[in-house]
Design a protein around this ligand. Sequence first.
Ligand code: ZN
Ligand code: ZN
Length: 401
Amino acid sequence: MKLIDSIVTEAASIASVRRDIHAHPELCFEEVRTADVVAGKLTEWGIPIHRGLGKTGVVGIVHGRDGGASGRAIGLRADIDALPITEFNTFAHASTHPGKMHACGHDGHTAMLLAAAQHFAKHRDFDGTVYLIFQPAEEGGGGARVMIEDGLFEQFPMQAVFGMHNWPGMKAGQFAVSPGPVMASSNEFKIVIRGKGSHAAMPHMGTDPVPVACLMVQAFQNIISRNKKPVDAGVISVTMIHTGEATNVVPDSCELQGTVRTFSIEVLDMIERRMRQVAEHTCAAHEATCEFEFVRNYPPTVNSPAEADFARQVMAGIVGEANVVRQEPTMGAEDFAFMLQAKPGAYCFIANGDGDHRAMGHGGGPCTLHNPSYDFNDDLIPLGATYWVQLAQTWLSRPAG
Ligand SMILES: [Zn+2]
Ligand SMILES: [Zn+2]
């Protein structure tokens, strides 16, 4: 593994910043202290900053040895927010905020980008400009979308943008990146079936919404098996059915809620259209009325082929071809998708290992992201930062266009 020496030298001090952030987790758009820590470090290293995009977002601006004259610019993005989870770990850097926790490793993402920033500031060993994007509210708040709406790409014009997520269960020292869709679109629906309540012994006197709901849940799966091309991915999960309060009463209404995931907007358009038809017509067929709501949260995360291949080559130069594996697409969602809708780029995984890094005071492990015993592996800091630096250097050394 070919790590950058100056980053390895500073890794322990950056790890202590990571642990400080882990101990003080903040939720969507509330990352005031975290943003202060980031801004403080960047300023200490002589990097000009811009604050306030997406409320708590921080952008660091580093020009290379040419003062940015080449006009080439790249964005590197780290998310900085935590989750509403009570931490199980009891180690010294465990969360000091009950009900909040860095269970997705965004503390590590922040640390890896800081480690790269420190190297950029000290060496300026590139041409053009690197924009360091510290983004709030990935966990459901759509911080990436809000930063873009606030003018991220107008104020900081860049030709490409890259993101990275730590990934447990993959062998430490590996990366994963693939062209095309790697994370799904995330969407929510809520359907209210309005019937007419009656005595349960005299259902013919009312309109029972419960059998209508049952038919609807079954019919939704026909959309997946019969309306969608078999090779396209899509999931409809009805996760909540709320109705009724007594065994002898036919309820007035029934409410269904759940999630839809797809890797393409085309499949999503089809599923939303067909779900609405199925819901409305199933209600109509049973003399009930239908309220149908469908909310699109995050679009699919789609890596552009050239940039994914570029990232793969940079990774291979650091860890060897054999340690750059295929990025298995997942039906989880990621708001970096909004940045990839606006700019070419790639979102990759860096292996968090199998849990060996977990010392005394950790809860049971290994575990997945969003688990109350999760902890980012500090050994990744020099590797992730080396990737950021070499990605930017190599990207910026290419001729414009
Ligand atoms: Zn997460
Ligand atoms: Zn995450």
